[in-house]
Every structure is written in C-alpha cells, then in structure tokens.
Design a protein around this ligand. Structure first.
Ligand code: ADP
Ligand code: MG
Ligand code: MG
Length: 907
C-alpha cells in the first residue's frame, strides 16, 4: 500500500500522453540561431543531437578542440515547413552568427585571399539516416580556391577541397546523381594512370572540378553558385527540405519519430584532414563497439576528409594503427575519449579530424551497440568506478537483451540478403521451407528443421509454430498474430516481408527473380528482419558472466515482481532459469488442444445432458491433473496463477464450413452412419456458432453456464497440488483466476464455486490458495471497488483490455488499419505492443486505485503482452502494480526494464 500511494503521487505527473510527447511549438519562435558556445546537451530538442553535443564538447574540451560554429534550431525547420518559406529573421540571424564566427576565426567567408570555409551538417534530435549528407568546404569558388592555395602553400589541398565541395554540393544540395560524379573521378584516374584519389595531382583535380561544374550545369540548368552566402543559404534550405524527403519520412514511420520534431542545421568552421600525411579523418568508439571490451575501436584515413571514411571510397585503417602513425594525436584522442565517457556516463561514438598534427573533435554521442557490448560496458563501468550500478543499468537498451538468449547468425558469416521484413521476434532460425502448420509438425517429428512460411498466421497454425524453428510472413507487423505467438514461444520471427509473393496453392515463394519451393533452405534473422538463402552458420547464445551480473543488479534495484506466462513444464522451467518468480498466467485451454485431449473435449462440449457432460469431464480431469502436477513440480513451491477456461467452446470443434462440406460429401457417397454423426455434429457446432465470439460465451460466462467445467478444473488443480506436496514436500502457492469478469456477482458466484470445491478436497482459501480475477473489460475497471470485495488479486489482462477499451479487434485492425493510422499520425505505435497510456493505462490506474481502496492488500499484476514491454513496464512501475508477467524469453528483459523504471522513478 505504501508503494502504491507513493506511485499515485508521483505517477500522475510523469505520465504524459504519448501524443503530446515532445511536439515542437507551432508558433514561430524569435530565436532561431545559437552559437556552439551557448548550447548544451540538455538542449537536444532545440539544437538536435549533433548540435547539442558539439556545444557540450565545446564546453568540456575547450574551444580549441572543437571548431567553432552555430546551430539553426529545429524550430526554424518546423516554421519553414509550416509556412513553406524561410522564417522571418532567419537570414539576419545567420548573418550575425556568421559575423561572430568570422571574427573568432579571423577569416571571412568568400575572402578571395584566405577564405573561411564551413561545413553544413544536418542533425535531428536522434541521429537519423535519410537526412541530408554533410556538405564540406562550403565557401570556395574560382577566386578563393587560389587564396586557399596561397594561404596554405598547398595547391593540391586547395583543389582537392574545391572538387569535393563542388561534388558534394551538386549531389547533396542539388541532387546531381552521385554515380555520374564518381564515374568522372574514375575516368580522370584511368586517363592519368592513378589508382587512389590521393594520387591525383593539382592539374587532375582542376580538371575534375571543371567536369563536375559542367555536369552541374547540364543537370540543373544553372551555373554552379559562386557566391558563398548563396551557397550557404541553398545548403541550409536543402537540409530543411530533406526532413520531408521520402527517405527520411519512411525512416520516421518505421521508427515512430514524429514529423514535427524537425531537424537542426549546424554550420561549422572547417578543419582539414586532407592537408597531407600529418592529417587524417576518423571515427572512434570509446570502447569496442561490437564486444564492449575496454579498448577503443574505430577507423581512420590519412590525408582524407570525413566523408571518405564512411562512404567506403577508400579502405580506412584500423584505429589500433593510429598510435604508430600519429602518436601525439593518438594519445590526446585516448584521453578525450575517457573524458567524454566520464562526462556522459556512457560509451561514446565520436568523429575526429587531425589537421597537421592537431586533433579536433567533430561529434560525440552515446554509442548504439549490440546487447553484448551494452552489457559488457555496464559491468566494466561499475568495476572501473565510472558508474554506479543504477547509472550503469539505465545505459542498456532493455529491448535488445532478448537477442542474448537466442541463437544468432555467426557474426563472421558473410551472406547476401534476399529480402527483409519486420524484426518481430529475435534470434536466428534456419530450416527447410514449409507452408502448412501440419507439414511443420510432420517434419519436426521426422527430426527435420523447418521454417513456417505463410502470408499470415491464424490460431490453427499454432501447432506449427512449436514444430518450426522460426516463422516468416509476408503480411502483418510487430503486433500481428504471428509475431505475438512467436515471441510468446521464443521462436524467431520475421513478419511483413512484403516483397515475398507466397503462393500456397503452388507451394512457392517468389521474390525478385528467385523462386523457392517447399524443402528449400532458408535462414531468417528475427533481430534484424533479414532473410537469406545462403547457408550461414548459426551460433548458440551464451548467458555470459556480465549479463548475469546485470540481472542480479536488476533484482536488487527493482520493485516490480517478474513472473512468466507459461502453460507447460518446459516453458515453466525455461522461465525459472531466466529468473521468473512465479507463473502469472497459466492458460488452461492449451491443455485441451493436445491430440489425446481434443476428442474428450469435443465429447464434453457435444454432450446432450449435464450427466453426459460430467462423464466426459471425469475423463478429462486426470489428464488435466497430470498437466498441473508437471507444472507445479517445475515451479518448486513458487506462486502459480491458473486461469480457468476462457475461450469460447467452438474453438475446440471443427469449423462449421468444413463440416458442411464433409456432410455434403457424405450425403453423396458416405454411409448412413457417418452422415448421421456428421449431421449431429453440424447441428451442435451450428448451435454454438457465434457472430462475435470474442464478446460471446467465454470467460466466466462459461463457468456460469456450465459450472461443472470449472468444478472439474478446480478439482484437478487441488488434487495436483496435494499430489505434488506429497511427493516433493513443496506445495505451489495457488492463485485461481476467474477470467472476463464484468459484474461483482459473477466473481462472487465463481469464487464460491472454487472455494467450496477446494474445501471439499481439503484446501482452504486464504491458507492454501487465493482467488482473484482478470481485469480485462472497461466496466470491471470502473467498478473495481465492488469486484475487489470478492477478489484477493487483480491481474490486468491488457491484451483483451486493449481490445475492449479501444473496440479494436487485434487481428482485424492490425494490417490495414493500424498501418494507415500510423501513417496518418493518429497513432505512433501499436497499442498492443506498448500500452495506450491515456486510455487503457488510465483505466488500469483507476482500477488499481479503486481496488486498493476496497481491499488495501489487493495484489496487482499484469499478464498481457505489455508485461514484457519496457515502455509499458515503466508505466506499470508508476501505476503501483506489484508484478508483471511475460513470456519466458521476455523475463530477463522485464527484470532489467523493471530496474530501469525503478531507477528513473527514484531519480
Ligand atoms: P553524419 O551525420 O553523416 O556523420 P556529419 O555532419 O557528422 O555527418 O559529417 C560527416 C563527417 O564530415 C564528419 O565525421 C567529419 O569527418 C566531416 N566534417 C563535418 N564537419 C566538418 C568540419 N567542420 N571540419 C572537418 N570535417 C568535418
Ligand atoms: Mg552522412
Ligand atoms: Mg557524424
């Protein structure tokens, strides 16, 4: 209760609705330009990540280490987009900032004798591919190139800079095709017998520059702009325009970045890595970016400008050689990397240039890194005294951790990507293609590894999921049926690989020119969404020392409990190995799906009388009991929450349409006995048919209609618990859960049934077990106080609660509607992945609050998919929930995410 009141106090204020997060104000702001010296890392929303960090570096490393410049704000970009024209005052403010920069540099833009040159660099809040590439050496023209040559005494450098500028400006700002320009370089090289760009002499570079200008004229119908202020203006507006370019827009859609962030533009004095053998450009990570090991890693190129390092025109040298080539600059860089790490309290990814032996830092940011590197850094940083455990744990992207639990493609393997889709469930899987679930089952029984490949999947396909190594679909997204089930089972999955043309009739899958058949080998990478036909090796995961350490810190830091959703002893054991503290949801219906159960289940459903039904149930009871025994043994005395039967009964019966066809066929050529049987079945199935089963006869409504079903289940649970206690001395802590409660009388009735059935067998409520309910209907949230009087716990079934609150049928809206909604910016992500805070979340908070008002000791859990989603876990931490429950492979993710949420709340 203490936790909860606290959460209520702090929670309401911190939980901002998703839509309002970080939108940039619509009114045109007056201040549009900031000098680097004025900014800081806290200003990332306004200055973009690059600008904010360049400003921060200027402060901590001093202005001599970071070339000067200024940032045009993201608000200026937004104002430009909204008005379709340069915002009022921008030109004057850029002029003023430029004048300050010129004064500082002691050079003027466009000075024919000793020109100031600048780079123009885009930089959104988060680094984002699809944005405009950087333009270097802006300010050069036919006159100032001579001045630069004379001022530096280096004509080759001056002309190399000029040809780069004409090339980049033409390509980046005016869209002259890069290939045409590269082809020209190749032609000049061939003509002069040069192999490297650096082999080209002054004359060759002059020639190239002239050729580039000619191509520019031909492509744009204009002369190359000679006036530096005009060059600058065009470049700035091109950066703004690129924010709405197709590449950037589609990247934002995929990564859920709102359009109204806008991008900043950074204008920065040039330093030159292309001044000869004592100059270079490079990138450096403060630690190894793949493994996280403490040695800095990176690449550099002597006598080159930065774009060469990343563009792959020349092959860079490994950073390990930097110390030999330029010892002094190397030593400085090593020290700066440490300073930056200490300052940012995170691993850094930097860009630098050395001009005639002098080191300059051009960029720094927290390094994006794979899970193993993130985990290694976090533990090392604590050992080194750089970070506390709490600080270290929040540097990890919890979402990526699941990758450490699945096999992966050998990191050294080279392969070509056939196509790609949504990375829907992590890990790599390899096997022969099968198109039907039953083929997957058959192949698995024969010991073959298969991948289930389908346009999309349905409930019927689930047996195939278990049998397959992985799932590949051409439709659906991260919250599609295939993705959800695959994640639940820990199967790698790639969804929505929309270039695949899957023909189930023909048994083929085509993409590009390739046609694959059943039996062909395929590998999917559910962590990246890639699909390949190459034979790549898979390697087993290792839960290394570092990861275990992180998990133990997480357990110390977190308040939320972490349980698992598991229906089988195998899953239960796996989840416990991953640290699950109990089962938060055992779905009993899966137990009736197995081949030896289904006929008995059918007989029970088709029974004509209660007596007949009880007869069938009596046959099911020992089977169910033995399932529970297996589960309870696997949990060794931990809590197990068992949900009584939930789905509509017809899910266990053949499909109505299939039966009709069979009956039709039997009428023609079958025996009379078979026909009579089919007709009877048809009649029963027809009578159970529902227009909208999700809202029909399911959940506790089943228990009220057929109490004998729930009685049988309770009996099986109680007998299993007694048997396990007898055998192992460890009784599970039982929690019996009533699904889909709306009215307090529903739970009152069902609670009585459970309590009296258990009492008859010797178990007492309160002492031996508790009874609670799933909260998955909006009404239940509204009347939580009444329901709580009859419940020992609430478990929020956030999947159904999302469906019923939003009126979204998950399977129906997922494809077309969700995609469109994201496209039209109605939603920024699927509410089935991350909880809809203002809607569903608010109901959860209300039910938690009102439930606790009635019963201060009420236990609160979450057992929907959201229980394994870090963003949702952050919400649950603040909503006063006691524990989350998620699929086994999400358990470590949830432990870390819960710790992060607790750290964030505490700070
Ligand atoms: P990206 O976002 O693609 O990394 P950047 O704006 O960081 O683009 O620029 C890419 C590279 O261009 C930098 O790493 C650096 O090498 C070079 N560069 C950018 N600005 C300058 C500058 N003022 N002086 C020298 N090199 C620069
Ligand atoms: Mg770039
Ligand atoms: Mg960069």
């Amino acid at each position: 209760m203490r936790d909860f009141t606290h959460a209520r106090g702090t929670g309401a204020a911190r939980i901002a609705p998703v839509e309002s997060e970080g939108a940039v104000a619509a009114a045109v702001p007056t201040r549009l330009v900031y000098d680097f010296a004025e900014g800081s890392r806290e200003m990332r929303v306004l200055l973009g990540g690059k600008g904010a960090n360049v400003a921060e570096m200027t402060r901590i490393l001093g202005p001599d280490r970071v070339p000067g410049g200024f940032t045009i704000t993201t608000e200026a970009c937004v104002a430009y987009m909204n008005a379709g024209a340069e915002p009022e005052g921008l030109e004057a403010q850029v002029d003023a900032a430029l004048a300050r920069l010129e004064a500082r540099a002691g050079k003027r833009l466009g000075d024919p004798d000793d020109p100031l040159l600048v780079s123009v660099r885009s930089g959104a809040r988060d680094s984002m591919p699809g944005m405009l590439d950087t333009v270097l050496n802006l300010g050069l023209n036919d006159a100032s190139v001579h001045g630069l040559s004379e001022a530096t005494g280096n004509a080759r450098f001056a002309w190399d800079s000029y040809r780069r500028f004409v090339q980049m400006f033409g390509n980046v700002v005016r869209g002259v095709p890069g290939e045409r320009l590269e082809a020209e370089i190749a032609a000049v090289k061939a003509q002069r017998g040069a192999t490297l760009d650096t082999d080209l002499d002054v004359e060759a570079l002059e020639d190239l520059t002239a050729r580039f200008k000619a191509i520019f004229r031909e492509q744009t119908g204009e002369e190359f702009p000679a006036e530096p202020r005009d060059q600058l203006r065009q470049a700035i507006l091109a950066v703004f325009d690129s924010w709405m370019g197709a590449r950037a827009v589609s990247y934002r859609r995929i990564n859920r970045i709102p359009d109204d962030w806008g991008t900043a533009v950074n204008v920065q004095q040039m330093v030159y890595g292309n001044k000869g053998d004592t100059s270079c450009s490079g990138v450096a990570f403060s630690r190894d970016e793949v493994t996280g090991a403490p040695q800095p890693s990176g690449d550099f190129l002597v006598n080159a400008q930065g774009e060469d390092v990343v563009s792959g025109v020349r092959t860079p040298q490994d950073l390990s050689e930097f110390g030999e080539v330029m010892p002094a600059a190397h030593a400085e860089l090593m020290e700066i990397l440490q300073t930056l790490e200490r300052h940012y309290k995170d691993m850094q990814d930097t860009e630098f240039t050395v001009e005639e032996g002098r080191l300059y830092m051009l960029q720094t940011r927290n390094a994006k890194r794979p899970a193993q590197a993130a985990v290694r850094f976090a533990t090392d940083a604590v050992n080194e005294g750089l970070l506390t455990e709490a600080e270290a744990i929040v540097t990890i992207d919890a979402e990526t951790l699941e990758a450490l639990l699945h096999p992966t493609i050998d990191p050294h393997a080279e392969y070509s990507v056939l196509t790609s889709g949504v990375a829907a469930s992590p890990g790599a899987a390899q096997g022969e293609i099968v198109f039907e679930a039953r083929d997957a089952v058959e192949a698995a029984e024969a010991g073959r590894a298969v991948l289930l490949v389908r346009p999309f999947t349905e409930a019927d396909d689930v047996a195939g999921f278990h049998a397959a190594k992985g799932i590949l679909t051409s439709e659906g997204g991260k919250a599609s049926h295939a993705a959800l089930v695959a994640r639940g089972m820990g199967r790698p999955c790639v969804c929505g690989a929309s270039d695949l043309d899957i023909d189930l009739e023909a048994g083929t899958v085509a993409v590009g020119g390739t046609v694959l058949h059943a039996g062909d080998l395929l590998t999917i990478n559910g962590s990246t969404g890639e699909v390949t036909v190459d034979e790549v090796a898979l390697v087993d995961p290792e839960i290394g020392e570092s990861f275990l350490t992180i998990l133990s810190w997480a357990d110390d830091l977190r308040r939320l409990g972490v349980r698992t959703n598991a229906d089988t002893p195998e899953d239960a054991r796996k989840a416990r190995a991953f640290g699950a503290e109990g089962i938060g949801l055992c779905r009993t219906e899966h137990m009736f799906m197995a081949a030896d159960r289904l006929p008995k289940m059918k007989a029970m459903i088709l029974a004509e009388s209660e007596a007949e039904r009880r007869g069938a149930l009596a046959e099911l009871r020992p089977l169910q009991q033995s399932d529970f025994e297996g589960l309870f043994e696997a949990m060794e005395g931990l809590t197990v929450t068992i949900r009584l039967l939930d789905p509509p009964l017809h899910e266990f019966l053949p499909k109505l349409d299939d039966l009709k066809i069979q009956a039709e066929r039997a009428r023609h050529d079958g025996g009379a006995g078979e026909l009579a049987q089919l007709e009877h079945l048809l009649e029963r199935v027809g009578s159970l048919h529902e227009v909208n089963p999700m809202l029909g006869t399911r959940g506790c409504r089943l228990g009220i209609l057929y109490p004998e079903i729930y009685e049988m289940q309770v009996e099986a649970i109680v007998r299993a618990a007694l048997a396990v206690r007898e055998r192992t001395g460890l009784a599970p802590h039982l929690e019996v859960m009533i699904p889909l409660v709306n009215y307090e009388h529903e739970i009152e009735l069902m609670r009585d049934l459970v309590v009296s059935t258990a009492h008859g067998l010797g178990l007492e409520v309160g002492r031996d077990f508790s009874v609670g309910t799933m909260i998955e209907l909006p009404r239940a949230c509204l009347v939580a106080e009444r329901i709580a009087h009859h419940a020992d716990f609430f478990s929020f079934g956030t999947n159904d609660l999302t469906q019923t609150t939003l009126g979204f049928s998950r399977d129906d809206i997922e494809g077309r509607i969700l995609a469109k909604y994201i496209d039209r910016k109605i939603l920024d992500r699927s509410p089935f992945e991350t909880i809809d805070r203002p809607g569903v979340g608010e109901l959860v908070k209300m039910a938690a609050w009102n439930g606790r008002l009635a019963e201060p000791d009420l236990k609160l859990g979450v057992c929907g998919e959201h229980g394994g989603d870090p963003n949702s876990i952050d919400f649950f931490e603040n909503a006063g929930i006691d524990y989350v429950s998620c699929s086994p492979y999400r358990v470590p993710v949830a432990r870390v995410a819960a710790a992060q949420a607790a750290v964030r709340r505490g700070s």
